[in-house]
Design a binder for this molecule. Structure first.
Ligand SMILES: Nc1ncnc2c1ncn2[C@@H]1O[C@H](COP(=O)(O)OP(=O)(O)O)[C@@H](O)[C@H]1O
Ligand SMILES: [Mg+2]
Length: 219
């Protein structure tokens, strides 16, 4: 008998309360392998909180978050976080070159040795010029830092990408270009993508589902 594959992510009646404030209220949601989910909603509606929940950065006050059929908060969380590449809206960039930032994982994982070609490809995938490798990472613009962070998670060969407003810091033309890249990466690498945006899906190709949050609830 063939077991049905569990969804990549499953939230069951997830609520999160911090300092008496309900940030998420009774959210139930399945995200299947290969989904391209768009999460929209006004500022403060809980979009970032929900993404953080999917990366095991919050523990629900009640309810369950499962990744690949198991509670996400388990002893494999570090491994899980490599499979789930999260790009924050204002990603941290560390002192050093773009290359050093891309290869940051080497500081704690000596087995992480991407080839020069993979490293160059990762930059190309996010439309950053190859000659940027030796630039000081802190000199990059907000949009470039976000793309550097995306290139870094791509080097981990993720199964899923969690992207928090990846185009918020970009002008319209570049935003369209990056969304196109994300769709292509999703397609080429068979990724599951969860994308937070306050833009509507009309701007994006390939979105398979769109949920809307309001005050911590799916509307
Ligand atoms: N760690 C936290 N502690 C307390 N309140 C928080 C915390 N993180 C977010 N919030 C609050 O939760 C609400 C939802 O935040 P957030 O998920 O960042 O919204 P969005 O990303 O949709 O703009 C906001 O009112 C925010 O101020
Ligand atoms: Mg946010």
């Amino acid at each position: 008998m063939i077991d049905k594959q569990p969804p990549l992510f499953r939230l069951e009646n997830v609520s999160l309360k911090i300092s008496g404030k309900l940030l998420l209220e009774n959210i139930s949601l399945d995200i299947s392998q290969g989904d391209f989910m768009l999460i929209t909603g006004p500022s403060g509606s809980g979009k970032t909180t929900l993404l953080r929940m999917l990366n095991g950065l919050h523990s629900p006050t009640s309810g369950n978050v499962h990744y690949n059929g198991k509670p996400i908060l388990n002893e494999n969380l570090a491994q899980t976080r490599q499979e789930i590449g999260m790009v924050f809206q204002n990603p941290a960039v560390f002192m050093g070159s773009v290359r050093e930032n891309l290869l940051l994982r080497q500081r704690w994982d000596a087995s992480f040795l991407p080839s020069e070609k993979d490293t160059a490809n990762a930059l190309q995938n996010v439309d950053l010029a190859g000659d940027m490798l030796n630039a000081d990472a802190r000199s990059l613009s907000g949009g470039e830092k976000q793309r550097l962070a995306l290139a870094r998670v791509l080097l981990n060969n993720p199964k899923a990408l969690l992207l928090d407003e990846p185009t918020a810091n970009l002008d319209e033309a570049l935003a369209a270009q990056i969304l196109e890249r994300i769709s292509k990466l999703k397609h080429d690498l068979g990724l599951t993508v969860v994308l937070v945006s306050h833009q509507s899906s009309a701007y994006m190709e390939g979105i398979s589902r769109n949920i809307q949050l309001d005050k911590g609830n799916i509307t």
